[in-house]
Design a protein around this ligand. Structure first.
Ligand SMILES: Cc1cc2nc3c(=O)[nH]c(=O)nc-3n(C[C@H](O)[C@H](O)[C@H](O)COP(=O)(O)O)c2cc1C
Length: 243
């Protein structure tokens, strides 16, 4: 059987894969008017669905929204977030259907989270206490950071927690396949709070739950926020080799 490295050469393949992985980053400013052709999205999804899944259950469902469908969802969720920001409705009206983050944060996670938040606000020139600017940035999530395409990932509620791992693998494949095609992405759990509105707008069957969303498009090369480089711990911090 031919392998890709038969054609590309092992060094070139390693370089291409490593380069794609290491240059992927979360983009938070997209070119609003540069559409992504549907055939490219279909290509990306066809490759990405080679992701592994427990007993090959392939539990992912992907809703691709653009054009009017995207506009409707953006408008509805932005209105809800505005109403929360103005105090017209309580934030608890819109609860995630599963807890992504812990209720009680501890070190080192809280430290990394804070570092990440301040680095992002720093890149956007938002100072501590500038709540309105922070809220405005949070709201950009619900415009897909101007990306012309949004993806929503759902799963059948009968599936176990492992299905979320499968979907995460599918999502990573999408991010890498996109990157290799000159596109960028931002995974977005922010939408999960508004899952009832999203599921209604995408006409998802009642048995489906929202797992995550993703912005997809061409990065705005002039946006400072896209220059944000996130650090990673050294491998000695997270790995152990047991002989
Ligand atoms: C499952 C998941 C959900 C995320 N949700 C959001 C989000 O809602 N909004 C956002 O701006 N970034 C979101 N991120 C991006 C993370 O902040 C980002 O991956 C992290 O800071 C590392 O940076 P990098 O992706 O540029 O390497 C999410 C990432 C993951 C993996």
């Amino acid at each position: 059987m031919n392998t890709p490295s038969d054609h590309l050469g092992t060094d070139a393949l390693v370089h291409a894969v490593d380069h794609t992985i290491t240059t992927r980053h979360s983009v938070r400013a997209f070119l609003k008017h540069r559409d992504v052709p549907r055939c490219i999205i279909e290509d990306i999804l066809s490759v990405a669905c080679r992701a592994p899944s427990g007993t090959n259950t392939q539990p992912w469902k992907v809703y691709v929204v653009s054009g009017h469908a995207r506009e409707r969802i953006v408008q509805r969720v932005c209105e809800a977030q505005h109403a929360i920001n103005k105090g017209d409705i309580d934030a608890s009206t819109y609860q995630e259907n599963f807890k992504y983050y812990p209720e009680q944060w501890i070190s080192p996670y809280i430290d990394r989270r804070r570092q990440n938040g301040w680095a992002l606000y720093g890149a956007l020139n938002i100072q501590q206490g500038e709540k309105e600017k922070m809220a405005a940035q949070q709201l950009r999530n619900f415009k897909f950071f101007d990306a012309p395409v949004g993806l929503f990932f759902t799963v059948d509620q009968v599936m176990g927690i492992g299905a979320k791992m499968d979907i995460a693998m599918m999502m990573q494949n999408i991010m890498l396949a996109s990157k290799a095609r000159g596109l960028d992405t931002c995974p977005q759990a922010a939408w999960n709070h508004f899952h009832t509105l999203v599921l209604d707008e995408i006409n998802a069957p009642k048995n489906e739950v929202l797992v995550c969303a993703m912005a997809l498009g061409y990065a705005d090369p002039d946006a400072v926020v896209n220059q944000l480089q996130t650090p990673r711990e050294n491998l000695t911090t997270f790995s152990q080799f047991l002989d």
